[in-house]
Design a protein around this ligand. Structure first.
Ligand SMILES: [Zn+2]
Length: 69
């Protein structure tokens, strides 16, 4: 029973962490996404790009230099 409780606790922590990871709406393609977001040229947190949009937007620069932290 003890192991089951630990497993359950870990499971709940996973859900909690996922719920806390920021969710973004891409300003270029309108996709909702989680995880890494990227700035456009204004560096405004309210205006972020998903990875594929950022790649297109910043080409030929390295879009990973403009990741939101
Ligand atoms: Zn996008």
């Amino acid at each position: 029973m003890r192991k089951l409780k630990i497993a359950l606790a870990l499971f709940l922590i996973c859900i909690f962490m996922a719920g806390c990871s920021p969710s973004w709406t891409c300003s270029m393609c309108g996709d909702d996404f989680r995880g890494r977001a990227y700035y456009d040229v204004l560096m405004d947190r309210e205006w972020v790009l998903c990875e594929s949009s950022a790649r297109e937007y910043w080409a030929p620069l390295n879009f990973r230099d403009f990741q939101v932290r």
